[in-house]
Design a protein around this ligand. Structure first.
Ligand code: SF4
Length: 441
């Protein structure tokens, strides 16, 4: 990569991926193809596929797009169930496949200021486990993808409705939050509480000037304050009351949003969605199972998420999987802006902060559920929970609904968030900070 391009790419360096061949991504998404890609694939000789007499593509009824069709088991028609490999890839190599197939798990956006942001999608098994080649060794792919995508829409973001910081300012602010998340001398709970308090402080009109024209002192002042007050944040959390019934119910409701599988629901009539709404209601009330709305979730019948989180003893050393995920989204700004859900930076940050206790609550339920496998370790449970919550993170239209944004703001606000974070402060967990060193950029 030449020097100029190198400076334009923005990504967190501590992310890794090498495909494990699990084939999950070939069932997770509706895979769009262009007319040109369809024609290219149909011109190939792919064993077992008679393109002259059968079609393996379907038009999208809601847009001019075309998609690869899926089999009854929900997997792509071209995925060989015996060896878990793509029939097109096996015979003709990677380059003839549709861009959407080649791109995953890269997520790459071109921004209005000329920057190109890259992160891995953490709903991939290998990425959530940080397994494989470092993203820093995959710059050739980034460069190629950026060329293929450069004519698309350019992304943009603002701080909040009232404060329109430049992208340069937003990146400096995001970099400061990334530094908070990666701080190795504070507990995860203290860092989340501090980040949420900072957001609250800057959300008032009187303090909005702090997030406009920021300079390097923004980061150094913020980190000095964290260093000096980290124990105080922990005391505040421990002194907070236990979450009440309403807070539990709203937490459970938002949790059902983080575990949605939208692709099976979009396009269904209200009547057809009714059974799912009933299941969600039972989860909100604390009696249902997450497995009833997402087969990748554990059977959580009889488990209350916040209670299970409080009782869990997931050691803090596995929290680095969570902070890596947060850092990847902050380095790329892939939690706000267009063309995604167009959340403001402030909304995207709250979305990212609440995701942490929600993901750890799911990990705790995986570890204490009746179907827990012997091979399940805290590390794998946290990685699996990240896969589940990242799938909808900043993608599901659930998070752009007004009432959901209001609830997330309330949950991460000063009156509720410390109570939610109590679950991360179980005295049976070691309270020493993470032992693993995490790269800073
Ligand atoms: S989900 Fe990840 S590891 Fe599994 S096949 Fe897809 S890219 Fe490979």
């Amino acid at each position: 990569m030449n020097k100029k391009n190198e400076q334009n790419f923005l990504f967190h360096t501590d992310q890794s991926w090498t495909c494990l061949g699990c084939g999950e991504c070939c069932g997770m998404w509706d895979i769009p193809v262009t007319k040109k890609e369809k024609e290219r694939i149909e011109s190939l000789d792919v064993p077992g596929f008679d393109f002259e007499n059968e079609t393996f593509f379907t038009p999208d009824p809601k847009s001019p797009g075309i998609f690869l069709i899926k089999k009854k088991n929900g997997k792509c028609a071209f995925l060989d169930d015996d060896d878990g490999l793509c029939a097109i890839h096996k015979k003709h190599g990677e380059n003839v496949k549709a861009l959407a197939c080649r791109l995953y798990p890269f997520h790459l956006l071109h921004w209005k200021d000329g920057k190109i942001s890259v992160s891995f999608r953490f709903d991939c098994k290998a990425v959530s486990r940080n397994s494989g080649r470092s993203i820093t060794q995959q710059t050739r792919q980034m460069r190629n993808f950026s060329k293929e995508l450069e004519r698309g829409l350019k992304s943009n973001a603002k701080y909040n409705k009232k404060t329109k910081s430049s992208l340069r300012d937003l990146r400096m602010i995001a970099d400061t939050y990334k530094e908070i998340m990666l701080d190795e001398n504070s507990s995860l709970a203290a860092k989340l509480h501090y980040a949420a308090s900072l957001l609250e402080f800057h959300s008032s009109r009187a303090n909005s000037s702090f997030v406009v024209n920021v300079d390097n002192t923004f980061k150094s002042d913020t980190m000095t304050y964290l260093k000096e007050n980290s124990p105080l944040f922990e005391i505040t959390i421990l002194a907070a009351p236990q979450p009440d019934k309403l807070q539990n119910a709203v937490f459970n409701y938002i949790l059902t949003g983080y575990v949605r599988v939208d692709e099976t629901e979009v396009g269904k009539s209200v009547l057809k969605r009714f059974p799912r709404a009933k299941l969600i209601l039972s989860i909100i009330a604390g009696g249902g199972s997450l497995a009833s709305i997402n087969p990748k979730c554990p059977d959580t019948s009889g488990q209350y998420p916040l209670e299970t989180l409080s009782a869990s003893t997931i050691p803090p050393e596995w929290e680095h999987l969570m902070t890596r995920h947060a850092a990847a989204h902050l380095a790329s700004l892939h939690m706000c802006g267009s063309p995604g859900l167009n959340l403001s930076f402030e909304e995207g940050m709250r979305h990212l902060l609440l995701m942490q206790p929600i993901t750890l609550a799911i990990a705790a339920m995986i570890l204490s559920g009746p179907q827990k496998q012997d091979s399940m370790t805290p590390e794998l449970a946290v990685a699996d929970a990240i896969r589940i919550t990242d799938h909808t993170f900043y993608r599901s239209p659930f998070f752009s609904m007004k009432h959901v944004k209001t609830m997330i703001k309330w949950m991460t606000g000063p009156n509720v968030f410390p109570s939610i974070l109590r679950g991360l402060m179980n005295p049976n967990k070691q309270t020493t900070p993470n032992k693993k060193k995490t790269p800073r950029n």
